[in-house]
Design a protein around this ligand. Structure first.
Ligand SMILES: Nc1ncnc2c1ncn2[C@@H]1O[C@H](COP(=O)(O)OP(=O)(O)OP(=O)(O)O)[C@@H](O)[C@H]1O
Length: 554
């Protein structure tokens, strides 16, 4: 190349700095090359799952060059035959490991990756910054037969609320009707055992660490809850932390945690409150037979719901308001006795056959608290229930109650139920009353559950603020009769008086009354002086209830 000067006046010549130009060009090209290589390396590491596929393609091309098509045909026949055999012998594992993985891969590429930018922009989830766009990052897609679970990382400046608000837009944009948004991981780390468990647990601690910037979208492709859920098998020994009651919309089994909690079931008439109660009793059935669980049932509707399973109940009343009040008083007495024994030793009672878990099932709570004609009995019931709800959970005396109307005027003790289940409701406002403020905005559309979807409900799963949709198993009358015949409760043994001396309550604080059997039941008439005290909010609720005539006690 001719070395022409850069500037060439007659008197002044400046030589072109070619060495400098070449050196700078060389370094620029080198930097580009390094960036390219690093990019390739990062992509290769990120998509390490594609390596076997790439290797296979290269091998196939090579084999085709040297041997033609027939080895491919042979391999295809062998693969198809093996897949058929696998599917035949173990359909579940084949579907999980092959079909669903293939589906996840395909939907990730075709449905989500292809439309991601457009959908995120149109749903208002893209942030603008420094002249550019910050997009939520698609991390993974996992399909089940009914749902797609999409995990994304939010750009900075967003929180999961934005996704809750955009949930319906997201659902329709991706061609589904429902999208649930979860701000936390949906699966707990697996339980590890064996000699390598300690290493695996450490790995899990990293893998399952809290990732606040990730959001889980569950898009419902097919509604699996349109089908009736068959009765689930009765667990050989009830696990009170996970009683199987139905199916979740991601097809996992829905398990209720009944340890140290009371359960309120809300639902319009004929929406399946009974199926929740019977599913729960079925899950407890083995414990009922062994005496580990005692179910005391109150059916204020004259036995229309519960009488069919009478042998399952240690105690049962359906026709006499006074006996219902007596039963609740007895439960308070049992609870107080336990309290004296356990005080200072444990904080949560562990059920045993001698000191069983007492589950008080009330089919229509509103009848007892609001519509019962006798105001004396009504206030007795309200006070006993208040005591049980405020103190019984840790002492193994639990209340499971159903109501059609969750308003406070009707169910004054509503707030004392930590676990709530919302079946189909008639009014939009009832959803937040049952499941807590903002539950409807977070996706609990219980007022939109169609009349045909009996037994479908919204529940809060452990540790997740977002409600999940479930369907409780349908327990027909025949199944109830069979359960009652197979798992009858042993005869109720009245507990021995507790050794600890019982402090004689002050007459002003506790009034003893005979229940007709010669036994005396606890009856707090001045709960402000009885120990331990009722919470003031509950007292207020009870006072209101006890004085229906605008605070004019009779
Ligand atoms: N989980 C379920 N799956 C399918 N159908 C159900 C389910 N639960 C209830 N049903 C149907 O709905 C009807 C009403 O159910 P259920 O008596 O349990 O409702 P409920 O809410 O307790 O009614 P009520 O308000 O009269 O007490 C049942 O006869 C049954 O046919």
């Amino acid at each position: 190349m001719m070395r022409a000067p850069l500037v060439n006046f007659r008197r002044l010549q400046v030589a072109a700095p070619w060495p400098l130009v070449w050196t700078v060009t060389f370094f620029i090209l080198l930097a580009r090359l390094v960036v390219l290589l690093v990019g390739i390396a990062v992509t290769a590491v990120r998509h390490w799952r594609a390596w076997p596929a790439v290797a296979l393609v290269l091998l196939a091309v090579d084999v085709h060059r040297s041997h033609g098509w027939w080895p491919h045909v042979l391999v295809l026949i062998v693969v198809a035959a093996s897949a058929g055999m696998w599917w035949w012998r173990s359909r579940e594992s084949f579907e999980r490991l092959v079909v669903l993985r293939g589906l996840s891969w395909w939907r990730r590429l075709w449905v989500y990756r292809r439309q991601w930018h457009e959908v995120m922009s149109l749903c208002g989830l893209v942030k603008k910054y420094d002249g550019g766009e910050k997009l939520p990052e698609l991390l993974s897609v996992r399909c089940s037969y009914a749902t797609d679970e999409v995990v994304l990382r939010m750009p900075r400046g967003q929180n999961p609320e934005a996704y809750h608000k955009a949930a319906r837009d997201l659902a329709y944009s991706f061609g589904t009707r429902h999208c649930r948004v979860f701000s936390g991981r949906r699966q707990a780390p697996p339980a590890r055992s064996g000699s390598l468990a300690w290493i695996l647990r450490r790995v899990d601690a990293i893998r399952f660490r809290d990732r606040p910037r990730q959001v889980w979208l569950v898009l419902i492709r097919r509604d699996p809850l349109t089908r009736i859920v068959k009765p689930l098998p009765v667990p050989a020994r009830p696990d009170f932390t996970a009683l199987p009651l139905g199916t979740r919309e991601d097809l996992a089994v829905y398990c209720l945690r009944l340890l140290a909690t009371h359960v309120l079931i809300g639902g319009a008439t004929r929406m399946g409150k009974g199926s929740v109660i019977w599913s729960l009793l079925r899950a407890l059935a083995a414990g009922i037979r062994s005496g580990l669980v005692r179910v005391w049932a109150i059916d204020p509707k004259g036995g229309m719901e519960l009488s069919i399973g009478r042998p399952l109940f240690s105690r049962y009343v359906d026709d006499d308001w006074t006996r219902m009040a007596d039963m609740l008083d007895d439960a308070v007495t049992r609870m107080r006795a336990r309290q004296r024994v356990l005080r200072g030793k444990v904080r949560v009672h562990t059920p045993t056959v001698d000191e069983p878990l007492i589950v008080i099932v009330i089919d229509e709570l509103a009848t007892l608290l609001a519509f019962l004609p006798d105001s004396d009995i009504r206030s007795r019931i309200a006070q006993s229930l208040g005591m049980l709800l405020s103190q019984g959970a840790g002492l193994g005396v639990l209340v499971v109650a159903a109501t059609q109307d969750p308003r406070k005027e009707v169910v004054s003790v509503r707030d004392f139920f930590p676990t709530r289940i919302a079946l189909g409701l008639t009014e939009r406002g009832h959803v937040d009353l049952l499941l807590g403020d903002g539950a409807r905005d977070r996706g609990a559309l219980a007022d939109q559950i169609p009349l045909s979807a009996k037994g479908v409900a919204y529940v809060l799963l452990d540790g997740q603020p977002e409600p999940a949709r479930v369907r409780f198993s349908y327990i027909s009358d025949d199944v109830i009769r069979e359960m009652a015949a197979t798992f009858p409760a042993p005869a109720e043994v009245q507990p021995e008086p507790v050794n600890t001396p019982t402090p004689t309550p002050a007459p002003a604080a506790v009034k003893a009354r005979s229940n007709g059997n010669g036994r005396h039941t606890y009856r707090p008439t001045a709960p402000k002086q009885a120990a331990p005290l009722l919470p003031s909010s509950l007292l207020h609720a009870l006072d209101l209830d006890a004085t229906p005539n605008g605070g004019d006690p009779r």
